[in-house]
Design a protein around this ligand. Sequence first.
Ligand code: TPP
Length: 431
Amino acid sequence: MTKSSSFTERNISFDEYKKEIIQDYKTVVLSRECSIIGRREVFLGKGKFGIFGDGKELPQIVLNRFFKNGDFRSGYYRDQTLLMAQGLLSPDNFFAALYAHTDLKYEPMSGGRQMGAHFLTRNINEKGEWLNLMKQKNHSSDVSPTGSQMPRLVGLAYASKIYRKLNIKKSNYFTNDGNEIAWGTIGNASTSEGMFYEAINAAGVLQIPMITSVWDDEYGISVSNELQTTKSSISEVLSGFERTTDKKGFEILSVNGWDYPSLVKTYSKAEKLARINHIPVIIHVKELTQPLGHSSSGSHERYKSSSRLKWEKEYDCILKFKQWILTNNISDNKTLNEIDKEAIKIAKKSKIESWNNYQNPIKAELQKFNGKLSDILKSNPGLTFVSEAKEIINKFESIGYKEIVSVGRSLLADINPNIDESIINLKKIFK
Ligand SMILES: Cc1ncc(C[n+]2csc(CCOP(=O)(O)OP(=O)(O)O)c2C)c(N)n1
């Protein structure tokens, strides 16, 4: 039986080990279901854009095992599974972000101001006081220009080094003797950028606790590795950065993203090197897939060959994880299928509730607007453009503030302010 090294090394019982794995399985399938439904929601016009973590679930669930309180992540939009595993992103939060719900109660990352899948945690409370960063898992706010997470990653890892070097004892909110790792994530295509190489070089010189995972699904939108990465392999390209017996450098590790026990071994090794010895590590996570394509703005069926698409189905990391669980008698088909079904139920329920939560305040505005239009029609029943506007606005099945405002604005063009005072009031609403 290929058990994960963590099972024997950590001295836990097989039952405890099984429990952990089933929990991991639950998280990855729920994350995938959110992605699947999220993409559909965009096509139904309920979200403007969607970019999801499908195909990258398994390495993230493993990374999570080694991510400790006090650690930092500087990553990108694929990392939803990691945040879900850490209890920092619920399915409700996920859908609220997709709809761009502006209420932080529902969308705690940016209140709908950032694109979906841009994650963060806070360093200060509402009063502006520092939080104890050693008691939480920290995520520096994701940004959209790919590659720009890298310079920040160097800074975060360098902070650990400085804290350890200076032996600062009074910074217990910010460090525990520099034992904190800065975890980076980046897509294979984004490693072609200058910022990536500059950051890697700096980390190699500084010898800082920085673990960079490259999620390699062999494409950068439609551009394949052979068209943008020398030798089609970022770990081969970076081999000159590798440490030797007499020269400092990076530990470079490669692992297939669908292979759970190998992922555990790889991340376990990386964590020790970085946390204890401050040796920077690159983990090239290969053979990943993108089952839903790059984002809601395209379909990968247009640019991937049929053999690639077939391979992606067979090597889907969740499918492979399921097969591994079954082969190793960790669980049975019936239990796993029930978990699959439960995940669909949770994600669907969450989608419906999040949509209603998003729509309710808008519907309240719509009611007010309708009331104002009715008042106008009472005193001026002949204003057909107002009754038409009322009809239009009430026909929308789902409505955003944008629709209310645009119908309101279109009314302004027809209004003669001399007709009635209530029309002047209406004009004020949309000014
Ligand atoms: C600096 C910059 N250039 C281009 C883009 C547009 N863009 C968004 S995602 C993407 C592809 C990234 O591919 P990869 O790094 O492999 O990550 P993946 O999305 O496949 O996980 C591109 C080109 C961007 N966001 N930022």
